[in-house]
Design a protein around this ligand. Structure first.
Ligand code: PBG
Length: 337
């Protein structure tokens, strides 16, 4: 290498060498822009009836539906790993599903019993209750259906009743995941009117109609029932400005925090939301994203733990306040070490 070439190279860089700060572990730690800790993780769990029951979900290897007694054990593990909150989803027994989804507001439904059991056994952990009708209706849609049309305002009435029994059972955060117009305001007013002013609302504000929910629908038993699609209420994945309108509207109606969903393919929305709104913003690494990472690592494509942490960290870098992830317990344990 001639001296003149060296000189040229150094002049060109003008002393700017970004690799300097990457050269050692201590320096990388010092300049790291974002953190990922167990407190960033929310763990979604599926509930089934029975005692000491756990059932596998074919398309989500490693995730099981748990009966309430086992759910309480999982809640203790989550608390001990530093996870702040759980998100619960019931797999309602078939005979209790109906066209009008009445089970959604049965104060003794699976969801309410699960909320109450965890609240009394593990009061330190936050409980997020999903509110949508697909977990209770016979047709797998998130709203009431008449002549093939998803009814907006009638659905909200059922959701309000559902949110109230959940709050009474011990839900700390009500999370409407249905995308009906106006549900946040209606739920907020009802909670305030019934003595639940302290109960938060985390709205699934920008929720896209996505194929990545497939494994979840198997988990809660709504997938095989679903006729048609959810395109008339969940968002078109071609849109981005519209997500900001959805978020703005939910905040105006009283949402304490908002969620964007799915996760990794929608990090551009997380970033836009973070730049536009100074509120807690969560993202959901959904069932299909979990399945992709799990199946690819099982096939030897990459290391599971590395993929898990890299994918979760990406949410933080994009600006999320936290992530709902089926990896939450494993990731929290890795991070806690
Ligand atoms: C129900 C609901 C869904 C998810 C969360 N709540 C499915 C859907 O809207 O069809 C998806 C979560 C996941 O895929 O992990 N309204």
């Amino acid at each position: 290498m001639s001296e003149s070439w060296m000189k040229h190279d150094v002049d060109f860089l003008g002393g700017r060498r970004l690799r300097r700060s990457r050269a050692t572990a201590w320096s990388r730690a010092m300049v790291r822009e974002t953190t990922l800790t167990p407190a960033d993780l929310i763990w979604p769990l599926f509930v089934i009836d029975g005692h000491n029951e756990r059932t596998a979900i074919r398309s989500m290897p490693g995730v099981e539906r748990l009966s309430i007694d086992l759910l309480v054990v999982a809640a203790r593990e989550a608390r001990d790993a530093g996870i702040p909150a759980l998100a619960l989803f019931p797999n309602t027994p078939d005979q209790l599903r109906s066209e009008d989804a009445e089970e959604a507001y049965n104060p003794d439904n699976l969801m309410c019993r699960a909320l109450a059991a965890i609240k009394s056994a593990v009061p330190e952990i936050g409980l997020i209750a999903d509110v949508a009708l697909d977990e209770y209706s016979s047709d797998g849609q998130d709203g009431l259906v008449r002549d093939g049309v998803i009814l907006n305002d009638e659905t909200i009435e059922v959701m309000v009743r559902s949110a109230l029994v959940q709050a009474a059972a011990g839900a700390d955060i009500i999370a409407p995941s249905d995308m009906m117009d106006g549900r946040v305001g209606a739920i907020r007013a009802a909670l305030d009117g019934q003595g639940f002013a302290a109960t938060q609302i985390m709205s699934y504000a920008a929720k896209y109609a996505s194929c990545f929910y497939g494994p979840f629908r198997e988990a809660v038993g709504s997938g095989s029932r679903l006729k048609g699609d959810k395109l008339t209420y969940q968002m078109d994945f071609a849109n981005s400005d519209e997500a900001l309108r959805e978020i703005a509207q939910d905040l105006e109606e009283g949402a304490d925090s908002v969620m964007i969903k799915p996760g990794l393919p929608y990090l551009d929305i997380v970033r836009r939301a973070r730049d536009a709104f100074n509120v807690p913003i969560y993202a959901y690494q959904v069932s299909g994203e979990y399945a992709m990472i799990e199946l690819a690592s099982a096939a030897g494509a990459f290391d599971r733990s590395a993929a898990m942490l890299e994918s979760l960290w990406a949410f933080k870098r994009a600006g999320s306040s936290g992530v709902l992830s089926y990896f939450a317990l494993d990731a929290a344990r890795l991070l806690g070490k």
